[in-house]
Ligand binder design. Structure first.
Ligand code: IFM
Length: 461
């Protein structure tokens, strides 16, 4: 495989998120985010911690202070695009315009400028899960007002950094943060149940549509899009009477995991025809919302890691099905317990390309966590992460397969640049192509980092 196979204009990069790497959680006027509060609050259940080993992102990779060193490493690896997110409470500590924090605003100016000084293009995500806690105190995404505050914030940042950012991503994985944070309660803010989930979904959908329009109005010369988590879904079997039930359960899961946020953006409304329980969402509609949900994005970002196998279940309301854990059906999984299934990304690319409103697709996250071992060789620390290289390579081959068949896929970002805080899993899973020693904050380039560099420099890999 060769970089040239993907074409000259295909964009290559790495991705990160503010809370996962920045640290400096309360420095220079930054406000508290829902992740600060969630990680600082002890679980009521003494046998189940909220976060692996009660870890938090207070310091994380200390990227807030070490961003120049990190960008130097990126440059050393010849990575042309850096996708990172802005921390809303660093810019507006209580989430509203009146709390504007100049030091937070300046930090992102320095970060963006430092990218350009190294010929690295900044790609900016406006929201990657760190809602200001002050807004959560008023209901967070379950409160319609939060989406209006999000529009103020989006309007501000897209005017402030306008000319310096050629590519904006409105939201990162809305399905992930609404399911995990507002339905299952295993991510911040820890809310549970349908009564939280449904209003959160609708307000996030409004934020996505209206936020995208505001960004486009303020930055007409930049590309504006947004990202979606997605998993290729298959039924456990299609044979016999149960086979039909499994197949229908897979259709419902596909609607929930892969279609819930993109279809209203494309003007198709929520996928109620495939997942009838979503009809409840209409309860939160106000006049004009159909229009507000729409956004004519320049591109969509898809973020794929694995495949899910689904079976029918009479015990799971709304979806009437369950996911069969990969660990129970696969010999080998990643450290996250996820199946390695490269063909999945090919099928997903074909699926998203078949929506008539999708003009261009970037793979805005893909990568894997494996347990990395440090070895000393000739006085140097090396990490021979062959599994990660094989994972990335096999997924890229499938991206190329889709591209050759006419899918308008034009970019790929590895998740992630440096090992970081993997939310409820803490620092245990390491996804980076650069290893971080959290005791010393020293960085070590893994073999996957060198592999990516060689590939980017045009070598056959
Ligand atoms: O670390 C996350 C990221 O924040 C969102 N997408 C999935 C990654 C791996 O779980």
């Amino acid at each position: 495989m060769n970089r040239k196979d993907f074409g000259e204009d295909f964009i290559w990069g790495v991705a990160t998120a503010a809370y996962q790497i920045e640290g400096a959680w309360n420095e220079d006027g930054k406000g508290e985010s829902i992740w600060d509060r969630f990680t600082h609050t002890k679980s009521l259940n003494p046998f189940k911690q909220r976060i692996y080993q009660n870890q938090n992102g207070d310091i994380a990779c200390d990227h807030y202070h070490r961003y120049k060193e990190d960008l130097d490493l990126m440059k050393e690896l010849s990575i042309p695009n850096y996708r990172f997110s802005l921390s809303w409470p660093r810019i507006f500590p209580d989430g509203t315009l009146s709390s504007k924090n100049q030091k937070g605003i300046d930090f992102y100016h320095r970060l963006i400028d430092a990218c350009w000084e190294r010929d690295i293009t900044p790609n900016v995500t406006i929201y990657h899960w760190d809602l200001p806690q002050a807004l959560e105190d008023k209901g967070g995404w379950t409160n319609r007002d939060t989406y209006l505050r999000f529009l103020d914030y989006t309007d501000f940042v897209t005017k402030e950094y306008k000319d310096k950012v050629p590519r904006w991503f409105v939201l990162n994985e809305p399905l992930a943060f609404t399911v995990l944070g507002y339905f299952l309660g295993i991510h911040a803010p820890g809310r549970k149940g349908f009564a939280n989930f449904y209003p959160a979904v609708h307000h996030v959908t409004l934020a996505q549509g209206e936020g995208g329009k505001i960004a486009k109005r303020n930055c007409p010369d930049s590309e504006i899009g947004t990202t979606f988590s997605c998993s290729y879904i298959e039924p456990v079997s299609q044979d016999g009477f149960l086979g039909e039930l499994h197949k229908n359960a897979a259709i419902r899961f596909d609607a929930l995991l892969n279609c819930l946020y993109i279809e209203p953006m494309l003007g198709m409304g929520y996928p109620i025809d495939r997942l009838p329980s979503l009809k409840v969402l209409e309860k939160y509609f106000q006049e004009g919302d159909e229009e507000r949900m729409k956004f004519d994005a320049d591109f969509i970002g898809i973020q794929n890691y694995t495949r899910e196998i689904v079976k029918w279940s009479p015990f799971m309301p709304a979806v009437w099905g369950t996911i069969i854990e990969a660990k129970k059906r696969c010999e080998k999984t990643t450290e996250m317990g996820w199946e390695i299934y490269p063909e999945g990304i090919y099928h997903l690319l074909k699926k998203y390309a078949s929506y008539s409103g999708v003009k261009k697709i970037y793979v805005t996250e893909n990568g894997a966590a494996f347990s990395d071992k440090l070895v000393e060789e000739n006085g140097q620390i090396r990490i021979h992460d062959v599994e990660r290289i094989n994972y990335i390579k096999s997924y890229l081959e499938q991206v190329l397969r889709a591209k050759k068949e006419g899918v308008p896929v034009n970019g790929y970002f590895i998740w992630t640049f440096i090992d970081n805080f993997e939310w409820a899993e803490g620092y245990r899973p390491r996804f980076g192509i650069v290893y971080v020693d959290y005791e010393t904050q020293k960085r070590y380039i893994k073999d996957s980092g060198y592999w990516y560099r060689d590939f980017l420099l045009g070598k056959e890999v």
